[in-house]
Design a protein around this ligand. Structure first.
Ligand code: DX5
Ligand code: ZN
Length: 229
């Protein structure tokens, strides 16, 4: 079944503990970390992850939108992250490999993230090492943006690569995921859906999580042709 990772970037920060309890039926808590350099925004840091860890048993999916993430991955693991994802664009491949090694050395799951302009092939140095690949379906930096359906061929290409080379790896999408776009992502091959606005703006949060989790396939023919590999 599809996993749901609500992004607390869309939560009410004054009541963060209550906001995390509202998503108790989700699979992961998605925590967006921004440094104001890799993306033009600032958000949570290490101490926030530590505080969140104290109020939930759900796995923390920490999405690092920071330059040279290897400087901080160990501290995010120690703060209580269960899964730490780093952008492939955020440093040289050798440094990204080192960051993945550091995360695994802490006994945590590691993933890589692709910005919209980054092709699927960019995962090749990491494909067999990672536990999750995250495809951005908006430009990283802000919640509430419009879903980019043109990312779906990339999701499908990565699904094929994962199935043949690292079947245990999860494939996550992030940005503009809602009840309309979720089935499109699932049909393309995603198995973890991040959703911020769609979860926290819903009148009934648990019902919205169930609705997103139930997403399975688009109606009618697939609107794109999977690329040949
Ligand atoms: C964007 C973040 C997303 C964001 C998603 O940089 O990585 O996780 O919170 O928000 P929605 O679901 O509102 O597009
Ligand atoms: Zn995110």
């Amino acid at each position: 079944m599809v996993k749901i990772a609500p992004s607390i970037l869309a939560a009410d920060f004054v009541n963060l503990e209550r906001e995390i309890r509202r998503i108790g039926s989700a699979d992961y808590v998605h925590v967006d970390v921004m440094d104001g350099v890799f993306v033009p925004n600032l958000s949570f840091g290490i101490s926030a992850v530590q505080a969140i860890r104290a109020v939930t048993e759900l796995p923390l999916d920490v999405h690092l939108m920071i330059t040279k993430p290897g400087r901080y991955v160990g501290q995010f693991c120690d703060a209580g992250a269960d899964l730490v994802t780093v952008h492939v664009e955020a440093d040289e491949p050798a440094a990204i490999l080192d960051a993945i090694g550091q995360i695994h050395g802490k006994g945590k799951r590691a993933g890589v993230v692709l910005k919209p302009a980054t092709p699927a092939e960019a995962v090749m140095p990491y494909l067999e090492l990672v536990d999750l690949i995250l495809v951005m379906t908006v430009e990283p930096g802000f919640g509430g943006q419009k879903f980019m359906p043109d990312m779906m061929p990339k999701v499908t290409a990565l699904r094929m690569l994962i199935d043949t080379r690292n079947p245990g790896c999860e494939l996550e999408v992030d940005g503009g995921v809602d009840p309309v776009t979720a089935p499109v992502c699932v049909a393309a091959g995603a198995d973890v859906l991040v959703a911020g606005s769609a979860v926290y703006k819903a009148a009934d949060v648990p019902a919205r999580i169930a609705e997103l989790r139930g997403a399975s396939g688009v109606q009618g023919p697939c609107p794109w042709t999977p690329p040949a590999l």
